[in-house]
Design a protein around this ligand. Structure first.
Ligand code: DGL
Length: 274
């Protein structure tokens, strides 16, 4: 392994690009590999074994591409599969977690709202977070079916997206939440609309910058940071039709990018048998 080996990042779809952009900001010299499992998005309503099998197959692919570290840029995959991934792979793995701790420290009203997928909200990892902070603050949880699909379709501000956000956010405000956690990596792409609907007095918390700093610390601790003077590159793969995913990745990444089809990991049935 050399310091210029790439970092592998994945999500159920394009949401993890909100993490990738923070990694790019924090670590300009790193080469980044990104897998969008768009052929299986959303993960939020899929079974645990399927999400775990997909996560294993994608990490295997990223390791085969010589990744020196992995970022699970998906709260749902983290909630379901992180223990298995860490037990199975020796490469350092950094993972998402809804930012309940910073929200608990920030709130003045004592009420925080967590927007996430139902998969994340029913996970053991989230139960542990709830147990840790739920005594100090009132944690309102809100599953948001449909929002991931809106981001996957590149619809960040249309009528349907707005109506869904109103449906999910207004009840939190009515219960005096003054801090809202974006507990799914797709939601930062909706942050301006969420802020507009919630009002400027409500804080919106995205854990992605903290994840990027954590990645820097992990790489520094094993002396695997690449030289900052390099210009890092990005490469993208998808398990859906590359032409379709290319459009939305290019929209969200704000650059016209090339997107390749993900090889050899498209058969969930085969992975589930392993
Ligand atoms: N972006 C992912 C997350 O952070 C997955 C959402 C989904 O596919 O349901 O949870």
């Amino acid at each position: 392994m050399t310091t210029i080996n790439p970092i592998g990042v994945f999500d159920s779809g394009v949401g993890g690009l909100s993490v990738l952009r923070e990694i790019r900001r924090e670590l300009p010299g790193e080469d980044l590999l990104y897998v969008a499992d768009s052929g299986h998005a959303p993960y939020g309503d899929k079974s645990g074994p399927l999400i775990e099998a997909r996560s294993i197959a994608i990490v295997e692919f990223l390791v085969s591409q010589h990744a020196k570290a992995i970022v699970v840029a998906c709260n749902t995959a983290t909630g379901v599969a992180i223990e298995t991934l860490r037990a199975r792979f020796s490469v350092p793995i950094v993972a998402m977690e809804p930012a309940v701790k910073p929200a608990a420290m920030h709130t003045k009203s004592g009420v925080i709202g967590v927007l996430a997928t139902s998969g994340t909200l029913v996970s053991n990892n989230f139960a542990k977070l709830h147990a840790r902070f739920g005594a100090d603050v009132n944690i309102l949880v809100q599953a948001c079916p449909g929002l991931v699909e809106q981001v996957e379709a590149g619809d960040l501000s249309g009528d349907k997206t707005r109506a869904l956000i109103e449906q999910y956010v207004l009840p939190l405000l009515a219960q005096k939440a003054d801090t809202i956690v974006l507990g799914c990596t797709h939601y930062p792409f909706l942050a301006s609309l969420i802020q507009e609907i919630a009002g400027s007095s409500v804080a919106i918390i995205d854990p992605a910058p903290a994840i990027a700093r954590e990645l820097r610390r992990r790489l520094a601790s094993i002396k695997q940071l690449s030289p900052e003077a390099r210009a890092g590159t990005e490469r993208f793969w998808t398990s859906a039709a590359p032409d379709e995913t290319k459009q939305v990745i290019s929209q969200l990444w704000q650059v016209d990018v090339e997107v390749l089809g993900l090889p050899n990991v498209s058969s969930v049935e085969a992975t589930l048998k392993n």
